[in-house]
Design a protein around this ligand. Structure first.
Ligand code: ADP
Length: 537
């Protein structure tokens, strides 16, 4: 508009020739809205008012003012007190925030709100701080996630390493089999076990395995697999032969488990291992054949003992009978000699011959009796190996009181004391276990020390799957070097003592037949402890 402040400013800045003057600011805006000119120089507040009122949405007010003119209030000259009161009032409503409300209400619609630095900071605080916190949280979260991933990766690496070491240590071949497609993966040990490199047998499939399995064993493997697929077994396990590249057969212990199934419960992935057990199988085969031979020899020996014992018995009975006839005849001759009147010279000459004859007959009788005992022993031992064992739970307290009742007289005679503790039950054949303890207790009496009253202690305790019983005495004891030998057949430390040297051999045999053991701990001159073990009930 001609003469207004913007006109002057534009002239001062040298824009006079580009200016088109109009009558009012609203006219300038109207022409601008019609697209007649490029821009209009107007006061911001009235311009906002006219734009809104006329709906000139194609007009845009510049953010930057050409002149920084602010609204102010004025009073007539001399009215300083009024000016002071207005200033005071303005400050008061600014302090309460009312000024901002009034401003927004009347001018805010035209102007963009002007924020103070404090408000900017305040808004920045409320927006930026949560963003920073969120960012920090995110950083921390991703940091901890990274840590977790790193730890899991390290753990996985560790596991892999461990698994690789175990496989290397056990030299196990590993296999992975997709039961549905037949696809397989083998490790290098799997191939090396049958003499190949992995490259040599690649590409692999389940047929690679089938081709190497001994034709006689393949069906057994398939049966075991089927059992596992049907979940009749928790694991698949099969021992079979595979053909080595060199042409010979090796024994494989194959173990595996279905790891996943299809939706309709068919086996999908199965994993397992191969172990070369050829050495074990060969050793087992050798042992089996030795066992068969031993059993045959044993049977033969037992038969020989049996037959010999029986066959020897009749001549023995003859010797016994005829030596007794001889003895009686000798006594008759002596009787006749005593009655008839022979010269004392003749009697003296005959006396040593009669004496020798009597002693010889006596020696023959004793030897025959000893031989009879030995034959009985032989028969007893050989029968032990053949007699069927009837295993049952044994009340050892009852059994022991039975055994001790036989020794009642003996213990009274010797003044020996028997101490018996509570005995755990075991599994065994009553007759045989009774005989074993009878033998041990008889020996404890037999080999008691002459210089002190005998004390025999009987005890028992659980040890793993067995019960170990102990018969302890304070008798003559046994030197270290004989403690194993005394369990052998007919072994006597002092051949003069009564008995045949069979008692401990029988003890040993009975314990062995019950899957137990017999052994001794003794000290010469102090006493012995005989131990026997039986399966626990
Ligand atoms: P036997 O008693 O008939 O000689 P055993 O087989 O019972 O035969 O014993 C073998 C040997 O072990 C005995 O001759 C004896 O020397 C020794 N022996 C066995 N039991 C004891 C014991 N409790 N104390 C000392 N020695 C023993």
């Amino acid at each position: 508009m001609e003469g207004d402040i913007m006109h002057d400013v534009a002239i001062k800045q040298g824009y006079e020739k580009q200016l088109v003057l109009v009558k009012s600011q609203v006219e300038a805006l109207k022409q601008l809205a019609n697209g007649q000119y490029d821009y209009a120089l107007v006061a911001k507040i009235p311009a906002l008012y006219w734009i809104q009122k006329n709906g000139w949405e194609n007009l845009h007010i510049s953010e930057q003012p050409l002149l920084s003119l602010e609204y102010c209030y004025a009073v007539p000259h001399g009215k300083n007190d009024l000016l002071a009161r207005m200033s005071e009032g303005l400050s008061a409503i600014k302090a309460t925030g009312e000024y901002r409300e009034i401003y927004s209400r009347w001018l805010g619609v035209y102007e963009k709100p002007v924020f103070s630095l404090w408000e900017v900071l305040k808004y920045a605080f409320f927006i930026i701080v949560p963003i920073i916190i969120m960012l920090l949280g995110f950083v921390l979260w991703s940091w901890s996630l990274k840590g977790k991933v790193n730890r899991a990766t390290a753990h996985l690496k560790d596991e892999r390493q461990r698994l690789a070491s175990i496989i290397a240590g056990t030299r196990a071949g590993t296999w992975e089999w997709n039961v549905q497609t037949g696809a397989t993966r083998f490790n290098k040990e799997w191939a090396e076990m049958i003499g190949y490199t992995l490259e040599e047998i690649t590409p692999v499939s389940i047929e690679t395995w089938e081709k190497c399995v001994h034709p006689d064993d393949l069906q057994k493997c398939k049966d075991r697999l089927e059992e596992h697929f049907r979940e009749d077994t928790d694991f698949y396990e099969c021992e079979y032969r595979m053909k080595h590249k060199n042409g010979h057969w090796i024994w494989i212990l194959d173990r595996g488990k279905v790891a996943s199934r299809t939706n309709d419960e068919k086996p999908l992935w199965m994993f397992g291992t191969h172990l070369n057990i050829t050495e074990r199988m060969e050793a087992e085969a050798a042992r089996n054949s030795i066992n068969i031979q031993l059993e045959a020899q044993n049977n033969e020996l037992e038969q020989v003992i049996n037959v010999t014992s029986h066959d020897l018995r009749s001549p023995l009975v003859c010797i016994e009978g005829f030596s007794s006839v001889l003895g009686t005849s000798l006594e008759e001759i002596l009787d006749i000699l005593g009655k008839e009147k022979f010269s004392s010279e003749t009697k003296e000459k005959l006396a040593p011959a009669f004496d020798r004859s009597r002693k010889s007959i006596d020696y023959i009788s004793k030897s025959v009796a000893k031989m009879g005992l030995l034959l009985n022993g032989f028969l007893q031992v050989s029968r032990l190996g053949r007699v069927e064992i009837k295993t049952e739970e044994l009340d050892m307290n009852a059994l022991m009181s039975d055994v001790l009742s036989v020794f009642k007289f003996k213990s009274e005679e010797q003044g020996a004391k028997i101490e018996i503790s509570d005995l755990p039950s075991c599994l065994g054949d009553e007759g045989q276990v009774n005989q074993l303890f009878t033998n041990l207790i008889a020996n404890a009496f037999k080999y008691s020390a002459s210089n002190r009253p005998g004390i025999i202690k009987i005890s028992g305790q659980k040890e793993g799957n067995h019960i170990v019983y102990c018969v302890e005495d304070n008798g003559i004891g046994i030197a270290q070097e004989f403690q194993v030998k005394i369990f052998e057949m007919f072994h006597q430390l002092n051949p003069g003592t009564e008995g045949e040297g069979l008692g401990l051999c029988i003890v040993h045999k009975i314990a062995e037949r019950h899957n137990g053991r017999a052994w001794v701990e003794a000290e010469l001159g102090k006493g012995s402890r005989f131990y026997v073990s039986f399966p626990r009930a």
